[in-house]
Write a protein of this length. Structure first.
Length: 159
């Protein structure tokens, strides 16, 4: 599995719900963590690796703090509160950043790698990253959410 880049059509597909909770999910998690941390990402969705499955990881520490890692299977935002603007970028769209409007707080229902159902309330950066990654599961890229006079900016070596 390798990281997909925009405009790969697979990034626009709606991901399938995961119904089998077996060792293949642990293998997928291992690959996702390797790619995210190698690329210094704070999150990754399975579709970014060409896997049409509803699984995301969120780790705002980029692997520096094991307690920060969230692994969510079949995540769904069940409630939200407030709005905030967020400067975002994406591993699948290198060199581009932009301002996106997101919910300030979200409640997320999801399953663990073993299929156990959980609910979690998130705010701040973790809420924003989680929304970004769930968007990937629904075929939505952060650049699809940029409206009006908000603009994209070039980042890093791509300037």
């Amino acid at each position: 599995m390798t990281l997909l880049f925009h405009p790969d059509d697979r990034l626009k597909e709606i991901s399938q719900e995961i119904t089998q909770f077996d060792e293949s999910l642990q293998l997928l998690l291992t690959v996702m963590l390797d790619v995210a941390y190698t690329e210094q990402g704070v999150g990754l969705a399975a579709p970014q690796l060409g896997v049409n499955s509803r699984m995301i990881i969120v780790d705002q520490s980029s692997g520096d703090d094991k307690n920060e890692l969230l692994v969510m299977v079949n995540p769904d935002i069940t409630a939200h509160l407030g709005e905030v603007e967020s400067q975002e970028s994406c591993l699948s769209i290198p060199g581009i950043a932009g301002v996106v409007r997101r919910y300030a707080e979200v409640s997320v229902a999801y399953q663990t790698l073993l299929g156990e159902r959980k609910d979690l309330k998130l705010d701040g950066r973790r809420a924003i990253i989680t929304q970004h990654e769930i968007d990937h599961l629904n075929g939505i890229l952060f650049i699809d959410r940029i409206k009006g006079i908000r603009k994209l900016t070039l980042r890093g070596k791509h300037k």
